[in-house]
Design a protein around this ligand. Structure first.
Ligand code: PT1
Length: 277
């Protein structure tokens, strides 16, 4: 189901009224489903459905609110597409209900630190992405600080949280890690992370990255969200060359094309060797 022999795109399906880059256009379940279907057509290998915004400054929401947003979308989607649906949540109840409704992966920006999330994941036996975040969304961008270096601190975090998940009964084969670009990181931290991405290979688990349209692109280039595609694609290419496996993005078609170029370089000797192409 998760073929990670090639880099792949995970399409972002926000079912939130306050999402930082879609401006909440996909709050209606039908719109979210439509958007997900487009992404699959464009080559998404996974679609990631989320009901809680976790961008800097976002407020927490209740279990009920989150369930009401994501469940209708997951229920329809899993019947209509042939790629796995991932649930972007930190809440144990949402994880359980989403997987019952057909979701096949859990994406948790809080790395299973909420009550019951660890046990839910162990019980559900699906792949889980452990994302690094310093602090919590509402305040995480106030004082990001990594006195021992951002790469070294994240490696300690991943070692600890992979271990903790495995001890709770999560299969190591089901663990993915994600450095959490923009989650309690300055511009400097984000680019140090991008530069050092290959260092996370020591954990020998797939690496997921989410950079698409984030402030690390917008602040660098001084561009609004709708003009961040070239910068986002550049980051995708860098991350792919540094061994990242899954790319959580808004712009699936462009990302799949960029990833194919990187893959062609990696497999250059197997390409067609005639004509002027
Ligand atoms: C991510 C991610 C995510 N990001 C995974 N899941 C968000 N696995 C939601 C900004 O700086 O990177 N990996 N789920 C969205 N969060 C943010 C954070 C959005 C920062 C925007 C910014 O602009």
């Amino acid at each position: 189901m998760f073929d990670l022999s090639q880099p792949c795109a995970m399409g972002i399906v926000n079912v939130t009224p306050d999402s930082f880059s879609d401006g909440g256009c996909f709050i209606h379940p039908d719109r979210a489903v439509e958007r997900a279907l487009d992404m699959v057509e464009q080559g998404a290998s996974i679609v990631d459905v989320g009901g809680e915004s976790t961008r800097p400054g976002a407020q927490a929401i209740s279990v009920q609110q989150e369930v009401d947003r994501v469940l209708p979308v997951i229920e329809v989607l899993t019947g209509e597409i042939n790629v796995p649906v991932s649930i972007d949540t930190s809440k144990a109840e949402v994880m359980r209900m989403a997987v019952s409704a057909g979701a096949e992966m859990i994406n948790d920006v809080r790395a299973l630190r909420e009550d019951g999330a660890l046990q839910a994941c162990a019980d559900l036996n699906v792949p889980v992405c452990l994302v690094h975040m310093q602090g919590l969304p509402r305040t995480m961008q106030q004082f990001p600080d990594y006195p021992d270096g951002v790469i070294s601190e994240l490696n300690i975090f991943f070692t600890k949280h992979i271990e903790r998940a495995v001890e709770a009964g999560v299969s190591r084969d089901n663990v993915f890690i994600d450095p959490g670009f923009g989650f309690g990181k300055t511009l400097q931290h984000n680019y140090q992370l991008l530069r050092g991405l290959e260092d996370f290979s020591i954990h020998e688990v797939p690496v997921l990255v989410g950079i698409s349209r984030k402030s690390m692109i917008g602040n660098l280039l001084d561009l609004p969200v709708e003009e961040r595609l070239p910068g986002s694609l550049s980051a995708v290419v860098i991350a792919a060359m540094k061994g990242a496996n899954i790319f959580r993005v808004h712009d699936v078609k462009a990302t799949v094309e960029a990833l194919k170029v990187v893959d062609a370089m990696h497999h250059a000797d197997e390409l067609e060797n005639w004509g002027a192409g």
